[in-house]
Design a protein around this ligand. Sequence first.
Ligand code: PLP
Length: 377
Amino acid sequence: MTPDHRDTRAIHVGQDPEQAFGAVSVPIYQNSTFAQSDVAEPKVWDYGRSGNPTRDAFERALASLEGGERCFAFASGMAAETTLLLTLRPGDHVVLADDVYGGTYRLLTRVLGPWGLELTTCDLADADALADAIRPQTRYVWVETPSNPLLKVVDIEAVAALAHASGAQVVVDNTFASPALQQPLALGADVVVHSVTKYIGGHSDLIGGAVITSDPGLIEAVGFLVNAVGAVPGPMDAFLALRGLRTLGVRMRRHSETAAAIAAFLVDHAMVNQVYYPGLPDHPGHAIAAGQMAAFGGMVSFLVDSADEASRIARGTRLFVLAESLGGVESLIELPGPMTHASVSGSDLEVPAELVRLSVGLEHPGDLIADLEQAFG
Ligand code: PLP
């Protein structure tokens, strides 16, 4: 029987005590191949690229949290995205949200563009703009919500209704919310992608990715590509990803509470011109976020007067570590313009140079606010 609640499923689905010795956590099956008892028998496990029991346990647990039939784990978020996009053919068209992780834009423009994939970027909050962007060749509408780094919120149900009416499918990058806070498949999306590196791993100690779907055609196509392309995670990373997933719910609630306190502090600060956090009542996507998310997540971005000021603050914190990435137990600070989003510089997706992005960790909120206070000076 599958438990009703995600917190329970994260700890039990795919994770029955191991049969040989009764280990209560899933072992790391650190092997590349599996002994066969005959040449022609039907095999559950044969070769580590096609499948591995540690990876399988992680995939089952994450599929259950996202409410999908099947999850495929990958060696990175980019490996997951690339493999999913290889289900398309030259001449196919993708509509991409106009605020996304820079690496997603770089993959679509610089890797898959020359290979023949067509791309339109679009403000997915604008239904007319989306209707204009969709063409007969559009296969995927690619959503990131909340988005990186401007925390834009997209109404998944509304985008899915529009896309489906034109025969396109909806991909949601659920990295920022994680399945603890948002389940895009239940809102009508066809596929969820993750950078498992972030909240799911949760401890800044692995690189991983995932694709989750219930669409039988996509399960078959992505399942084939997993083995044919081979961008899979090793057993140790799958183990770490599963260990992170087990505490996802409790971490996301605490990340969200502390981020809300930090957003409130920033709103009141004289040196801050604008705060981007979906939990703020005046955030343009607040009502949609309140409807489709259980809490508002741990990412906060804000604008100051100049790029120099942003850089001074980012270099001045003592607890917030100046680093790319997000979603770990420790708080991070970065400047998206020259750092995570350098690959969108000069494009429609360019982000302001005065923007500072925080990944709010699990430290005490009082210590984090004191750290920001001293860095503002
Ligand atoms: N999607 C989002 C929203 C991200 O922030 C990132 C990385 O920062 C990725 C995808 C890519 O994931 P990875 O770095 O695991 O390849």
